[in-house]
Design a protein around this ligand. Structure first.
Ligand SMILES: Nc1ncnc2c1ncn2[C@@H]1O[C@H](COP(=O)(O)OP(=O)(O)O)[C@@H](O)[C@H]1O
Ligand SMILES: [Mg+2]
Length: 279
């Protein structure tokens, strides 16, 4: 058997915090405090935990946007350093799907231009002559009508924008997708469509996915394994099935209990934002 695709060992990240007093020394926020994680080939690992628990900081380390004080991150055994020091092939292999495509997609560019831009940075992925075909293919892969290629993000729905964001990542033929709260801003029904798309893409494109969310309810639909984070540390890691049926840690039980209560009253955060509107 081959080893994990992504291997995180002893990850520690501290940020300067607020000063205790006007002339006092700065405090330190230990955002990530000794995290170990593995993601296998074609595996979806959900990293869950409340806001501020350090999930995005882990993601930013994997993407090479934050430099950890301690620890190692390897991709197929090769160290994943800061993004500007990564070989092109590793830059391409690890792609990000953003939380809020509304602000991460350039409002002045069309869908086609947004996707083609990825190939300017990594031209070898889609040779010039093949790009029309490659564009049509990637739009089809994410379930976007070819007729939308000339639209700008403002002329798309939230769900369609998230599909563009996924298409942009997919255009680079990644091996690992990092999705940080990628469905958190969407209505429940649209959330579910995007989750289904990610599950399909994971199979058809042999992807590994690091799926980050504060919302345990969305994890059921997508995760093979779940790791629960709290104040910079992992408290539990288990198969999704095991975690949902027999959570071992009191904190996980508490998170699950909270998710159940919200489902029971129909008052999940997304539902209150107005579901059922389609994309
Ligand atoms: N760039 C930064 N500078 C200072 N503190 C930060 C920075 N990024 C994150 N933090 C702090 O680190 C902790 C973890 O944040 P984050 O990783 O964003 O958590 P999550 O994604 O789980 O909500 C929080 O206390 C946050 O305020
Ligand atoms: Mg976050």
């Amino acid at each position: 058997m081959s080893g994990p695709v992504l291997e995180i060992r002893g990850l520690r990240v501290a940020f300067p915090g607020p000063r205790r007093s006007l002339r006092g020394a700065r405090t330190v926020v230990q955002a990530v405090n000794g995290v170990d994680l593995d993601i296998g080939a074609r595996e979806t690992l959900a990293l869950v935990g409340e806001s501020g628990s350090g999930k995005s900081t882990v993601a930013r380390c994997v993407l090479g946007l934050v430099r950890p004080q301690e620890g190692t991150i390897t991709y197929e055994g090769r160290p994943l350093g800061p993004i500007d020091k990564r070989p092109a092939e590793l830059q391409r292999a690890v792609q990000m799907v953003f939380q809020d495509p509304g602000s991460s997609l350039n409002p002045r560019m069309t869908v086609a231009a947004i996707i083609r831009e990825a190939w300017k940075v990594h031209p070898a992925v889609a040779p010039e002559g093949d790009r029309r075909q490659a564009l049509a293919q990637v739009l089809a892969d994410v379930g976007l009508d070819a007729g939308l290629a000339d639209r700008r993000p403002s002329a798309l729905s939230g769900g369609q924008r998230q599909r563009v964001s996924i298409a942009r990542a997919l255009a680079l033929q990644p091996r690992l997708l990092v999705c940080d709260e990628a469905v958190s801003a969407l209505d429940v029904s649209v959330q579910s469509q995007i989750l289904r798309l990610l599950v399909d893409l994971q199979r058809t494109h042999d992807l590994s996915i690091l799926f980050i969310t504060h919302d345990l309810a969305v994890v059921r639909q997508i995760a093979d394994r779940v790791a629960v984070m709290r104040t910079g540390e992992l408290v539990e890691s288990a198969s999704a099935e095991q975690l949902f049926t027999a959570p071992a840690h009191p904190y996980t039980q508490q998170l699950l209990g909270a998710a159940h209560d919200l489902e029971g009253t129909g008052a999940t955060s997304q539902a209150t934002r107005g579901a059922g509107s389609g994309e």
